[in-house]
Design a binder for this molecule. Sequence first.
Ligand SMILES: Nc1ncnc2c1ncn2[C@@H]1O[C@H](COP(=O)(O)OP(=O)(O)O)[C@@H](O)[C@H]1O
Ligand SMILES: [Mg+2]
Length: 439
Amino acid sequence: MWKPNPGPQTRFMQSPAYEVLYGGAAGGGKSEALLVEALRHVAVPGYHAILFRRTFPELERSLIQRSQALYPGLGGVYRSQQRRWAFPSGATITFGHLEGENDQYKYQSAEFAFLGFDELTSFTEAQYLYLFSRARTTARQESGKPLPVRIRAATNPGGVGHAWVKARFIDPLPPFQIGYFIRENDVERRVAPRIAGALSRQFIPATIADNPVLMEVDSGYRERLMALPLIERERLLNGNWSIAPTGNVFKPEWFQLAQGDPTGLRWARYWDLATSVRTHADYTASARVALDADGVLYISALERFKAEWPETRRRILAVAAAEPGVQVGVEKTGFQLAAIQELRTLPELVGTSLLEVMPKGDKLARALSWSARAEAGKVRLVAGPWVGDFIQECVGFSGDGSTHDDQVDAVSGAVQMLAARAAIALGTHWQEPGPRTED
Ligand SMILES: Nc1ncnc2c1ncn2[C@@H]1O[C@H](COP(=O)(O)OP(=O)(O)O)[C@@H](O)[C@H]1O
Ligand SMILES: [Mg+2]
C-alpha cells in the first residue's frame, strides 16, 4: 500500500486549495505526490487529469516510468500512443509536454479536472496561465456533487520560470492584493481569500529530509547534492528560493594563486569572438587553461579586447605563434560563422586542429560547471595583471548579462573545450559534474 510521507506529502494531499505548489528541494517526493494526487478521482466516470513536464524525454524518464509502478494497481491500462492511462470507470490520466512556447494550444479543446505540472519552473508563466483555462469539468461525484477542479504543481527553485513561480507562490502578497498568509508549523501558508469566486493558492515546502524512503534506499543522494555548486546546492538541498547568483557563483576566497604556469600540462586556448568595436559591444575574450592529474584547473593568460575582425584575426594568430603546442578552440556560434570559416582554413592554425565548441546551456549553467571546483580550492589563477579584474568579474557574475561576463564565459568555454578534448581522446562522454536540476 502506498502511503504519503507524514510531512509535506500529507499536507499536499490534504490541501483544499485550488492551486498548490509543492516546492523546495530535490528528492522531497514531489513527483511521486503529483502522480498519486492525480489518482484521487479515477473512480469517477468523466474524470480527466493531465500531468505535464516541459519536454517529452523528461516526462518519459520520470513520471511515465514511475506511473507504471503506481497505476496498474487501480486497474489502469496504459496506451503509449496517446500517453494515457485509462481506468475502469472511464476516467483518464494523460501525460503532456510543452516543448515550444505555443504548444499549449494543442490542448485548446480539452477539459481537465486535474492539471499537474512537474518542475514548474521549467515552464513559462504564459504556458501555465493558458492551461488554466483548460481546468474545468462537468463530471459529478457519486454524491452528486461536482468534481472539484484542482491545479497542482511541484518544483525545485531555479530554472527559466524561477522568478514568476516565486512571485506567484512564495513571495508575500503585496498589501493591496486579496489573500493573506497564516503560519502553520512554522511555515507560511497562503490561504484562500475569503471572497466568493476567488481562487486559493498554497505553497508547501519540502526538503529531502522529508522523504524517509529516499534517505533509506539512497544515502549517497544527499552527498551528491552536497557536491553541487553553491547556488544549486542551496536550491536543491535546502529549497532556497532567495539565493541570488551575484556573489554566489564565485567568491573571491575560492581562488588560489599560482606563480607561473605549471609544466607538463596540455594547455587549451579558447576564443570567444566578438568582432565589433561599438561602445556596448562584447569583448573578444580568451583564456588558456589546463587540468592537472589532481583535477586542479589552472587559468592563465586571460585577455580581452575590442577590435574589428582583421585585427582580432591578427591577434589570434600572434597568440597561437607564441604558444606552440597549445590547442586552439573557438566558440561556435551563428554570429561568427564567417570568421570561424576563415580560421579553419588559415595555414597557421591547421596544425593545431582547431576545436570548435558549441556553447552548452546558458551562461549561468556553464559557469556553475566549474564553480564547484573553485569552491573546493581546485582552481588556480596563474599570477598576472589580469587576475584582479577577473576575480572582480567573477564575484559580480550573475549569468543574466547585467554585468560584463566575457572573461567568465571565456573560461567556461575553455573548460568545455577540455571536456570535449577528453571525450575525443577517450572516445567516451566525459563532462564536468554539472548541476542536477531536474526530478
Ligand atoms: N510516499 C512514498 N512512498 C514510497 N516511495 C516514495 C514516496 N515518496 C517518494 N518516494 C520515492 O522517493 C524518491 C524521490 O521521490 P520523487 O517524487 O522523485 O522526489 P522529487 O520529485 O521531489 O525529487 C523516488 O524514488 C520515489 O519513488
Ligand atoms: Mg521530481
